[in-house]
Design a protein around this ligand. Sequence first.
Ligand code: AMP
Ligand code: GLY
Length: 442
Amino acid sequence: MQTLGNHRFLVLGSGGREHALCWRLSQPDHSEGQRRQHAVYAAPGNPGIAKIVTCAPIPLNDFQAIAQFCLDQGIDVVVVGPEQPLVDGIADYFALRADLAGVKVLGPNKDCAQLEGSKAFSKAFMARHNIPTAAYQEFTQADLAACLAYIQTQPLPIVIKADGLAAGKGVIIAQSYQEATEAVTEMLSGEAFGAAGERIVIEQFLDGKELSYFVLADGTGHYLTLPQAKDYKRIGVGDTGLNTGGMGTISPVPFADEAMLAAVDATIVRPTLAGLEQEGLHYVGFLFIGLMVVDGKPYVIEYNCRLGDPETQSLMMRLGPDLADAFVAAANGELSTWEGRSLCTTNQPVCTVVLASGGYPGTFEKGLPISGHETHLGNPDIEVFHAGTALEADGKLVTSGGRVMAVSATATTWPETIALAQSATAAITWEGRYYRSDIGVV
Ligand code: AMP
Ligand code: GLY
């Protein structure tokens, strides 16, 4: 038996996605007679993460302090959770400093991260490489009149997207020309999203089933496919109401059959990675492809340069200890050694339900005391991942964000899994807490 080494990871971020990553990476690996335990740190982390790994209170934009922490702790791989540090160039910063040669960043550099950081860039990239996506036109501030005239020629509903990062709020699906006109005018004036909205993309509305698809790429054209998930994005039961960061996920996705997944690989993943390489963009890290499946055919809705939240919570429940080795191989450009292998993945269903503050995604109160979050400790079928939580001076856990926690549950069948996720979620409470009662049902 080959004895595999222990790795040293720093996970950047403070949400449920990062809690799930820390949970997975920090579990002892006793597979195939191994006795491995990786060292896992998080920055800045959250109270849930702090229960399982050491957290360092470093802000995500302080690359110098992050680098110093890596040198002090002998970190091998920095796993970047959210998009902002990637779009801001954390991978470029590490690559430029000779003293950081031993620390690899699992995340794309600034140029590659434009796939998420600029909708105009990603749409033009897809057009150049014949990757199926919604038809579109790009407009800037100077084109307001042309843009308003263009809208009138398009069928409804019409999709309007701010070019830059807008914290998941930069997409408007306008049901009337008046709504579209108002959205475009606000965005192009910079009123709605500042500079992020001064360039916009108007695209065709695709009516289909949404699927979150993830690959792990190593910057040499090699990649591994991670499990897929379905995200329930709307706030209301029955997929109604405002868009959110995600109110729950399931994995595997019942409608993602083998033929469709093969089509995603052939028509989207391969052309994307080949196109990047062709343009001199060596993409390292997670590529999250938001897909819309229309009549069995997949189209790209968006690229993200990170994992999804709350998709990651469901994914981590299905993946095994070899994920840590895949992270190290990808960060080092060595996924060619995984040729013909795939990640150990259980096919048992997983359902993740997000607990949100009352009022989210609008305004909500913070600082409300949480109870019941330790009810499930020790139950191997249920994990509670923290997102917007904080500890008060007296050690009391309180809410501190819109999406506060996520509960992931697994059982043998879908009905049992969905029921377990619901009952486990119901046990956690605070004033006004909200969750969807239909995650996995529709
Ligand atoms: P995005 O921020 O690009 O993920 O968009 C947010 C949500 O808007 C997506 O998850 C979809 O539900 C929806 N959306 C975006 N683009 C389109 C489109 N072209 N057609 C239909 N729905 C879309
Ligand atoms: N859950 C969707 C996202 O992370 O963007």
